[in-house]
Design a protein around this ligand. Structure first.
Ligand SMILES: *Cc1c(COP(=O)(O)O)cnc(C)c1O
Length: 360
């Protein structure tokens, strides 16, 4: 059997009527997301916009996990701000509030949690730290379409947040992202930033007779073809999420005995998190051997992030306040199993059986 790690969920465009440039941004309600939503070229683009809107500069600091994709770091490092890496909670792989608290200074300009695998970070505690120190929370919710903390969708809880529709995510439109502006005073600046820093949106509304350069921005709008594809793909989001959750639960139930025997560790989903099963992982000190064994059985399993603080560029641009021992442990033990919409029960059973056999 050959089991790929993932299969992108993209749909063909059926409706080829033109989308006007003015519709590419502005108030768009997708999948119950009620806040101001700007459709962006990518999650990376949305994160860069956050950095521009905060007007970050050299001497400023932002706190983020080291256990994340380079995109999270790039967007803020390019402003000149220093990256301060916090450690993660070993149950969820999410930014540990205790570590964040110890890293805050009067130079801290943003706290940037990611929600690993679509499982919410501890937003109550992070928000408390943010409020107490007057620091905005920016959610990298790239994994999180449809996932929640309590009854709030991830990406809409902090001051700003973003989603990704990259082919590796639960649903895709080739390339694209969304930026959520959850504070009213950033709404107009964000729209300007989206359109090369011009007041083009005000022009579309008829508020100004021509549009001019107002602030730093970029070509951050999602292209209209991707947007069409995305709107058609969004109709499938609930079905896709349900299918992935079934695979996730099946893996969990099938591998629980191994966790009880102490040979591997599984994720612990906090009570406040309604997750979208973006990632299923196991943690084991025998990761490399397990990966090789699965690979020989035709099963594509992947490790994940190399901690950013251990890379050369990461060291140049960052500082860690305290040891990042949980980050380093997770990075050396974490293995992601295949999970995708359309994965058959036979394929799932095969993966579980092979893992059990490995640990015999
Ligand atoms: C995928 C991903 C991104 C980047 O998403 P793009 O839409 O490809 O720019 C950013 N952060 C995290 C945590 C991601 O997994």
């Amino acid at each position: 059997m050959n089991i790929p790690f993932s299969k992108p969920f993209v749909k063909k465009i059926h409706d080829d009527t033109a989308i006007l440039p003015s519709q590419v941004s502005g108030k768009m309600k997708i999948y119950g997301y009620e806040t101001e939503t700007l459709m962006t070229v990518s999650a990376t683009g949305a994160l860069e916009m956050m950095g521009l809107l905060l007007d970050l500069k050299a001497g400023d600091e932002v706190i983020l996990p080291s256990f994340t994709y380079a995109a999270t770091a790039n967007a803020f490092a390019r402003t000149g701000a220093k990256l301060i890496f916090g450690d993660i909670d070993p149950d969820t792989m999410n930014l540990d509030p205790v570590s964040v608290e110890g890293a805050v200074t009067d130079r801290t300009k943003a706290i940037i949690p990611i929600h690993y695998g679509g499982v919410s970070a501890d937003m109550d505690k992070l928000t408390k730290i943010g409020h107490a120190n007057n620091i905005p929370i920016l959610e990298d919710a790239a994994h999180c379409i449809g996932a929640k903390n309590g009854n709030r969708l991830l990406g809409t809880i902090g001051d700003m947040g973003c989603l990704s529709f990259h082919p590796t995510k639960n649903i895709s439109c080739g390339q694209g992202g969304a930026l959520f502006i959850n504070r009213e005073f950033w709404e107009e600046p964000a729209k300007e930033c989206l359109h090369q820093g011009t007041d083009r949106m005000a022009f579309y509304r008829g508020d100004v007779s021509e549009y001019t350069w107002q602030r730093l921005g970029g070509a951050y709008t999602m292209n209209p073809y991707s947007l069409k594809a995305l709107y058609e793909t969004l109709d499938f989001i609930e079905a896709v999420t349900l299918e992935r959750q079934k695979v996730w639960q099946n893996y969990y139930d099938g591998l629980k005995t191994l966790e009880d025997q102490g040979v591997l560790k599984l994720a612990k989903i906090p009570k406040y998190a309604t997750f979208n099963a973006h990632i299923f992982y196991v943690l084991t000190p025998y990761r490399q051997a397990l990966l090789n064994y699965l690979s020989e059985a035709g099963i594509q399993a992947y490790t994940h992030y190399e901690p950013l603080h251990l890379t050369k560029i990461g060291q140049k641009l960052s500082e860690n306040r305290g040891r990042l021992s949980q980050t380093e442990k997770a990075a050396s033990e974490l293995l992601r199993l295949p999970i995708y919409s359309g994965m058959t029960e036979m394929e799932q059973a095969y993966v579980i059986e092979k893992i059990k056999h490995f640990f015999k």
